[in-house]
Design a protein. Sequence first.
Length: 59
Amino acid sequence: MTDARPYKVSASLTSEGGRLLGSLAEGLGAPKSVVIEMAVRQMAKRYRIDSDEEQARKA
């Protein structure tokens, strides 16, 4: 499920957001890092954040 292309992401979680993702990870039985990666991918889709490679292709 991991994409081979790296995305440059700068983000910061509030302590409440971290607890929420931790609870979600626990409920899913998945590592917290996987849940965070999924959340970042969803945000990237929602806000149409493209990787550097995709931006270069569009130019």
